[in-house]
Write a protein that binds this ligand. Sequence first.
Ligand SMILES: Cc1cc2nc3c(=O)[nH]c(=O)nc-3n(C[C@H](O)[C@H](O)[C@H](O)COP(=O)(O)OP(=O)(O)OC[C@H]3O[C@@H](n4cnc5c(N)ncnc54)[C@H](O)[C@@H]3O)c2cc1C
Length: 389
Amino acid sequence: MIFDAIVVGLGAMGSATLYQLSNLNADVLGIDQFAPPHTMGSTHGDTRITRQAIGEGTYFVPLALRSYEIWQELEAKTGQQLLVKNGGLFIGKEYSDSQMHNKPGWLTTTIRAAEQFGIAHQLLDNEALRTQYPQFRVRPDDVGYFEPDAGFLNPERCISAQLELAARNGATVRTYEQMLSFSETSSGVLVRTSQADYKTRQLILTTGPWITTALANTAYQNLLRVYRQVQYWFDVEDNYTAFIPNRFPVFILSDRDMYGFPAVGGPADGLKLAMETYAQPITANKVNRLVSTAETQQMYERYVVPNFNGIGPKCIRSAVCMYTMTPNGDFLIDRHPDHQRVLLASACSGHGFKHSAAVGQMLAELALQNRTDFDSQPFSLTHFNSPAA
Ligand SMILES: Cc1cc2nc3c(=O)[nH]c(=O)nc-3n(C[C@H](O)[C@H](O)[C@H](O)COP(=O)(O)OP(=O)(O)OC[C@H]3O[C@@H](n4cnc5c(N)ncnc54)[C@H](O)[C@@H]3O)c2cc1C
């Protein structure tokens, strides 16, 4: 048998792609080395921020808007809540050039994107920020952007929903099976895994932080870097009601590389906060998955205390995750530089989840129809100027 498409890697991007391929009645196989959703890659930790005015670049907005539609379609099909629109508050210096996800002027671009696409939002001056959000230690030069339809997604549930629906549509899902190699033949691609050999017309690699191996020995072998990131849940039991979703939005402190969520799991479960670090590139198989006491203490003292009121020092839990970054924080969604029947998506860079449902649609269309209505140019390999750097 020859599949129309095989998807290797069933995290955020791969589960979305498998679901979209199955919607197009293709004969499809999805393979993962673990059993998604799992905690070994880039898609775990209960929550991911979603928003519509995308400060990383206005060309992301169509992906975000389409993804909102797909999340809602998935909710209707599964009867599960995947998306909570409790609002997003993004705080920083007005006209600051400071960056988020390697994107300078992030807050300014967010406001521009909202204006360009007619996305509902409010701008808050310093006084309004202080009055409305006493949970934050607002700096004298901070201003705010509030987007009422922003909020958070449950990434584990999104993956499960898409894999379940794909299987219901006839897709085959193989877990605990690792792809070892692939090779192009005259009629397709031969995929060798730890369990079997498979033939396919198109191969889609959505292997997250493991994708660097797919680019080894190509002109783009140094394009991607993987970085360890930590998610922390700090204690808010004494002030729990100040942090519940209808009082406390998802937030990004763009001048401080910090973001976080309301308390979603009950008073004893804490509030999830994280900051971004790009100190040292790592590899997915060698990442240090332990979070030390010193690391947690530093997070509390350097990032929590100066920026919040009402969050306690007790860290209830933490989780290590990985960002896969291009040099400018854009996504890579393109054909493999040396294999025309192989598509790659490394749509991570710390902001990929919110777009993943639409990225899945884009990849499915490219694989089966060799075209897509999405503008894929900003995500193409040629978009990156110095692949050898
Ligand atoms: C801490 C953190 C916070 C984030 N916060 C946000 C946020 O708030 N909002 C947002 O939009 N985005 C956010 N992101 C980014 C977003 O989560 C990622 O863009 C997205 O989850 C990446 O998904 P992926 O499918 O590319 O990778 P993964 O989910 O890691 O999936 C890759 C899959 O490939 C499998 N695989 C790899 N190699 C093989 C092989 N050889 N054979 C078989 N299977 C293989 C793995 O087992 C894995 O299941 C965050 C990321 C992190 C790490």
